[in-house]
Design a binder for this molecule. Structure first.
Ligand code: R5P
Length: 299
């Protein structure tokens, strides 16, 4: 049996994953905290010569450090192979330096840190940019929620669909949805003032009378999607449905969706724990099956 160790943020996801097969066993980890905030992690059973899985859904830096400490503890306890299931990979929007800006490439920093700690394989989903795989020397499996979202869309039986890309960077994803659904595509152009702040958004194409599908990799503050929804309604869309893999919902973004007068339908996945107060029209699609398939191929 393969031992799967959930991080303190990922118990529900790990339990769902374990339900997919009788070949998994839930491993135990103890996390304690010093008065100054430093955390300490203890793996409470032997991992010597074993292939183990660590599941983490980091929401903050403490979660990320817990993950690094757990990998380090497993490596020092002679685990044979350490597989990380990190459904949402943080820092993936910071994979390059803009010309002339003295900034970091923190996606690379995270890649280096995970590997130095001792990670042997990473399984993730819908990483913001696939170039990030090149930062890793270990196998990097990037799974796709596409089939889960397509199934949801097809089950809606909407007759007048159009796929709209929320920005230029999302065109490839939107085209794939449009092709699979056999419908046309339009796109939004957004100009950012800085991270999480949009200056202007414009629609290229026609959405009047259409049921719009807006696919994206993540909702963070919701700024991109809320501006998009409002504009699409202004331009005559009949309905708008968002399909975003990772629901970060920072700054209580969920409340902004719940109270938006255009009543947006939001579909996200459980790559991150769902926000506390969800509303009718908000659906979390379970993608644990995809991670089980990914593990089955390598275990
Ligand atoms: C941007 O390129 C991403 O794909 C997302 O559209 C963006 O990060 C979402 O952020 P927010 O919800 O804060 O607009």
């Amino acid at each position: 049996m393969t031992k799967i160790f959930p991080q303190s943020n990922s118990l529900e996801f790990t339990e769902n994953l374990i339900k997919c097969s009788t070949g998994y066993k839930l491993g135990a980890i103890r996390k304690t905290k010093f008065a100054n905030g430093e955390i300490a992690v203890v793996i409470e059973e032997s991992v010597r010569n074993e292939v183990i899985v660590i599941v983490s859904q980091p929401r903050n830096y403490e979660d990320m450090f817990e993950l690094l400490e757990t990998i380090d503890a497993a490596r020092r306890s002679s685990a044979k192979e350490i597989i990380g299931v990190i459904p949402y990979l943080p820092h993936s929007r910071q994979e390059r330096r803009e010309n002339g800006v003295r900034t970091t490439i923190s996606a690379r920093l995270l890649a280096d840190t995970l590997q130095v700690a001792g990670l042997d394989r990473l399984i993730t989903m819908d990483v913001h940019t696939t170039a990030i795989e090149g930062f890793y020397k270990i196998p990097f499996d990037n799974y796709d929620p596409f089939r889960y979202f397509i199934e949801e869309i097809k089950n809606l039986n909407l007759s007048n669909l159009k796929v709209v890309s929320p920005d230029l960077g999302g065109m490839k994803r939107a085209k794939r949805y449009a092709k699979e659904l056999g419908v046309d595509i339009a796109f939004l152009m957004k100009e950012r003032l800085k991270a999480n702040e949009i200056a202007e958004i414009t629609l290229m194409g026609d959405v009047e009378g259409y049921d719009v599908i807006l696919p994206d990799d993540m909702i963070d503050t919701g700024g991109t999607m809320l501006a998009g929804i409002n504009l699409l309604h202004e331009k005559g869309a009949k309905s708008v449905r968002i399909f975003a893999t990772h629901g970060l919902f920072s700054n209580n973004a969920i409340a902004k969706f719940a109270t938006n007068h255009n009543c947006p339908f939001v579909y996200t996945t459980n790559t991150l724990p769902a926000p506390d107060h969800i509303y009718a029209g908000f659906k979390v699609v379970d993608v644990c099956g995809g991670f089980h398939e990914a593990l089955r191929k390598v275990l």
